[in-house]
Structures are given as structure tokens and as C-alpha cells.
Design a protein around this ligand. Structure first.
Ligand SMILES: [Zn+2]
Length: 281
């Protein structure tokens, strides 16, 4: 079984996680830029973080046989902090980098005017850079937030096949299915979707444009939730080909639109990265 986790924050995870993910079948991930919990107070903090997503983390992932790409953006939550607004001006030069396969995560957190401004500006950046977009939907008032999200995407003229709307549930999947956008589901240990609910959604809506992720980060989360969904799918009567489609071919098809997805083996990072070595000896 091969698994592509299309949304996971490995910066917050340990090497044990990388080992367990590899053993479970995970061979590729996309790490979107997000909020680190501790608010950032200046643009430079973002740039160091972006550099880590472009350099250090793919190097670390490669030690465990996992391909690492990233999506870059000013996240919705920090879009509200005027000290971080300058990130939008820095993004264009970062979006040119080879391992950036999308703009993200963008969208709404509390549905403020500042979030909407950053969302629209980054949809424009995605179009200018010919990149797909990963859109976060709010955890509170999700139905209203998802509807407004789809309105903004439509008004921006972004083609739906270039947009992945994430953190969906039973309440929001229908409107996104109708929109033509890709549908992302984050499987958490005790909130949002669980594997059984996910499989019920797949039975109701089919496997077309469906992506499953662990969204594992610094909170209670589990990077093996993708594998758990695959196992529950098989137990529920889905075939190996359905599993491969949802857990591998769909994320590959979505991010391949960037023209930058590199899943070839044999070009793993060498023993040193930018003068750092992973060996402490
Ligand atoms: Zn996330």
C-alpha cells in the first residue's frame, strides 16, 4: 500500500513518526505553512520557517524514505496580525521554489476582513504562479465559512479543479462536491472526521476528487490516520484500487498541477544539509 498524506505538519513531529509513517506505507507528504501555536511577531520569523519547509524538513523526511513537498502562504489566523502582513510581499519569490506545489493553507479562521484580504491576495498569487491552492475551512461555523469560501474562490475566477477545500465534514462535503473543487478531510483522534465517518462519506459521494489527510501537527493528532482510513475502507468492501486512488492517485493528481511534484526515488538529500548534519556525533 502506498500513501500520500496531502496535509501534515511534520515540523511538529518526531523522527519516530517518520519511521512509523514509512512502515505504514506513507511515501510522500505535503506540508502546508500554518500557525505554529506561538504567534509570530515579525516577517523574518515566517521566512525562516519557509526556508525550513524548503530545505531542512525535506532533508529530514528523506532520511526515512519519504518525499516532502510544501505549500506556502500567510495562514488565516496570522493574517489578522498587522505585524505579519508583510509576508504577502515576500511570498512571490518563495512561490518560485522547486518543492512548492501549492499556495496554502489560505482561507478563513474567524472570517474577518483581514482574512478575506489575505485569502483574495493569495488566490491571485496562485494564479500568477500557476499553482493550485489548499484552502483551510474554519472549525467554528463551518457551513457558513465553507459557503463563503466557495463564493470567494468563484469570484476570484480560480478554476475549481485547481482548488482543494480542506477540513470538510458531512455538513460541508455536498456543497464542495457540487462546486467542482477537490475535497479534503482531516482525520483526527477526537475531533472532526474519524475513519468510520470518512468511509461513510466515501460510500455516499464516491472516490472522485476525494483526499484524506492526518493534518497532524502540535495538537492531539495522529500521522497514521491515513493508513487507518485505508484499512477501514478495505474492511468496508472498497477494493485495493479504490484505496490507491484516494490515498495516492488523487493527491498526486491534485498537486501534479503545479508541474513540480517529484516522486522519483534516487535523488535523496545527501548526508549534509546547508552545513548541518543530522548526525550529532
Ligand atoms: Zn493544517
Amino acid at each position: 500500500m502506498r500513501i500520500f498524506d496531502p496535509h501534515i505538519h511534520m515540523t511538529s513531529r518526531t523522527t519516530d513518526d517518520y519511521q512509523r509513517m514509512y512502515a505504514a506505507g506513507v511515501r510522500a507528504v505535503v506540508e502546508p505553512a500554518f500557525w505554529l501555536g506561538q504567534p509570530r511577531t515579525n516577517v523574518g520569523s515566517f521566512l525562516d520557517y519557509f526556508d525550513a519547509l524548503l530545505g531542512w524538513e525535506p532533508y529530514r523526511a528523506a532520511q526515512y524514505g519519504i518525499r516532502h513537498h510544501c505549500a506556502l502562504a500567510l495562514n488565516p489566523k496570522e493574517a489578522n496580525d498587522p505585524r505579519c502582513a508583510g509576508v504577502l510581499a515576500e511570498l512571490p519569490r518563495y512561490l518560485l521554489k522547486d518543492s512548492v506545489v501549492a499556495v496554502g493553507e489560505v482561507g478563513y479562521d474567524s472570517m474577518t476582513a483581514e482574512e478575506e484580504h489575505a485569502f483574495e491576495a493569495q488566490l491571485a498569487l496562485a494564479r500568477e504562479n500557476d499553482l493550485p491552492v489548499l484552502v483551510h475551512t474554519p472549525h467554528r461555523d463551518k457551513v457558513t465559512g465553507t459557503r463563503r469560501t466557495l463564493d470567494v474562490v468563484r469570484a476570484a475566477g480560480t478554476p475549481p479543479e485547481r482548488v482543494l477545500i480542506d477540513h470538510l465534514n458531512e455538513m460541508t462535503v455536498g456543497m464542495v462536491a457540487d462546486s467542482g473543487c477537490w475535497m479534503g478531510f482531516s482525520i483526527y483522534p477526537d475531533t472532526k472526521m474519524d475513519p468510520d465517518r470518512m468511509v461513510a462519506v466515501l460510500k455516499a459521494y464516491g472516490t472522485d476528487r476525494m483526499l484524506v489527510n492526518s493534518a497532524a501537527d502540535w495538537g492531539r493528532s495522529d500521522p497514521l490516520k491515513t493508513r487507518e482510513v485505508a484499512d477501514v475502507m478495505l474492511a468496508a468492501g472498497f477494493g485495493e484500487d479504490d484505496v490507491d486512488r484516494v490515498l495516492w492517485r488523487n493527491p498526486v493528481a491534485f498537486y501534479r498541477q503545479s508541474g513540480r511534484l517529484d516522486l522519483e526515488t534516487g535523488s535523496e538529500a545527501g548526508p549534509d544539509y546547508a552545513g548541518n548534519t543530522i548526525k550529532r556525533g
